[in-house]
Write a protein that binds this ligand. Structure first.
Ligand code: HEM
Length: 450
């Protein structure tokens, strides 16, 4: 049987026109567009937005081809190449040999064993956050969890207690998202030069850069005294030359990317976890029983981490249903085929795990929030059917960090409080760059005992 080429993929001219219009109209509802494309066209679909050609892939085996078998035919998505907020490539945005070099140097900082020393910080920060609240208070769980995860990242990355605050982090996220949106437009360099909001956010980034650069210079002056991420990067050396691996701006960019990659994703995942717990009281009770049995009223310690298995399953299940990175982007650097379909050089390929995370074949009763599924024998499923942290040589370097801080946060907060979602309506979503809450997540703080 002849293998179909992607040119012959089932996109009739009229459907294509409709989808282009839809895509432009729904640019802020990326998930809506992806869901419709999957429903109407299947596991691999081509579409265009504003002169850009996209190919979205939903099938885990085809995703594996892109991320594993044919990874040398792809580079990181074009949006990262168009980033002008940073001074140059980083672990997140770099490609090829440069990416591998950065990965080899930076990865050891995030190994599970290396992270053990941060367990106490993670637990203490979560308890401090919990103690800021009082019974009956309405808080925005999304905002609170982002602040918590930012405070954890700041302590782990900067031993010298930098003065980066939530406002600076929020401005930086706004800037990166705006940069991301503008990356789609022709004439973006000019637009960035004249757009008042872009210029204002770039100006607001300057004090943050200054603080990080001061921390970098202090770490350089005090060799061996600090063990945080900044000092680790400052003192990292190139294997072949033994020269410093990164200059000041490279360290600055890596730290900024790491702050962004770490706190928004983990914070949003925690907010989703509290959402699902509030909607599923029996799950919450089971998690609380585990926390009471393992911790009682004590602060969680390193030894407790591996005993909080159900709490960890709550996170795994949250990441199945509400993965902040529900799609990732790549760009074909040469002509190739995926699943027998032709992918031309330059095509923007999107790998979306949203559908496989909800596929009945891989996850029975896929729409139910059932953490116990992770503790039961699992149905056979392809390796890439569950990939909230990506996979392969670009899989998330902070996976262990995210899971560890997530377990400590859930356990410390649930020791004392239940966070009850205030509204009966499903939360509004913002899905252009991830699976985020559009208007936060208002919850009521309810004391568990007494
Ligand atoms: C629940 C939390 C998190 C989620 C869902 C998540 C998700 C992901 C995903 C899907 C990727 C792969 C992107 C791609 O292939 O294009 C990724 C990469 C990355 N993540 Fe995370 N992440 C999380 C937390 C963290 C944390 C805590 C850190 C740092 C402390 C971090 C740092 C990074 C970095 C540096 C990369 C780029 C790795 C590379 O390209 O080699 N992430 N993350």
């Amino acid at each position: 049987m002849e293998t179909p080429t992607i040119e012959r993929a089932p996109l009739s001219p009229s459907a294509k026109g409709r989808y282009v219009r839809n895509a432009i109209m729904r640019i802020r509802d990326t998930l809506g567009l992806f869901t419709a494309l999957h429903r109407d066209y299947g596991d691999i679909v081509r579409y265009n937005i504003l002169f850009l050609e996209f190919c979205i892939i939903f099938d885990p085996d085809l995703i594996r081809e892109v991320l594993y078998e044919k990874r040398s035919s792809f580079e990181k998505g074009f949006i990262y190449k168009r980033n002008t907020v940073l001074h140059g490539p980083t672990l997140v945005t770099g490609d090829g040999e440069d990416h591998l070099r950065r990965r080899r140097i930076i990865q050891p900082f995030f190994h599970r064993k290396a992270l053990d020393k941060y367990a106490a910080i993670m637990a203490e920060r979560a308890i401090a956050k919990r103690e800021e609240w009082h019974r009956g208070q309405i808080i925005d769980a999304d905002r609170e969890m982002r602040h918590l995860t930012l405070s954890i990242s700041l302590e782990v990355f900067f031993e010298d207690k930098t003065r980066i605050d939530n406002e600076m982090a929020k401005n930086l996220i706004d800037l990166l998202i705006l940069d991301f949106q503008l990356a789609l437009l022709p004439g973006r360099q000019f637009i960035k030069r004249v757009l008042p909001r872009y210029r204002r956010l770039m100006r607001l980034k300057e004090p943050m850069d200054d603080i990080i650069r001061a921390s970098i210079r202090a770490a350089r002056a005090n060799a061996g005294e600090r063990t945080d991420l900044v000092a680790f990067l400052v003192h990292a050396t190139d294997e072949s030359t033994a020269a410093p691996a990164f200059d000041e701006f490279e360290v600055l960019d890596e730290v900024i990317e790491m702050l962004m990659a770490s706190h928004e994703t983990t914070g949003c995942t925690l907010a989703w976890a509290f959402y699902f717990l509030s909607r599923n009281p029996s799950v919450r009770e089971r998690m609380e029983q585990e926390i009471d049995a393992v911790l009682g009223r004590q602060t969680p310690t390193l030894a407790d981490y591996d005993r909080l298995v159900y709490t960890r399953a709550v996170l795994d299940e949250t990441l199945r249903l509400a993965s902040p990175s529900y799609y990732i982007g790549r760009r074909a650097i040469e002509d190739c085929t995926i699943g027998g379909y032709f992918i031309p050089a330059g095509a923007n390929v999107q790998l979306c795990c949203y559908a496989s995370h909800r596929n009945e074949r891989y996850f029975p009763h896929p729409h139910q929030f059932r953490p116990e599924r992770w503790l039961e024998p699992q149905p056979e499923r392809p390796r890439y059917a569950y990939m909230p942290f990506g996979a392969g040589s670009r899989g998330c370097v902070g996976e262990a960090f995210a899971l560890m801080s997530g377990v400590y946060a859930l356990a410390s907060i649930a020791q004392r409080y239940r966070l009850e979602v205030v509204s009966d309506q499903p939360p509004a979503l913002k899905t252009m760059a991830g699976y985020f809450f559009k208007n936060g997540l208002p919850v009521e703080v309810c004391e568990r005992q007494g």
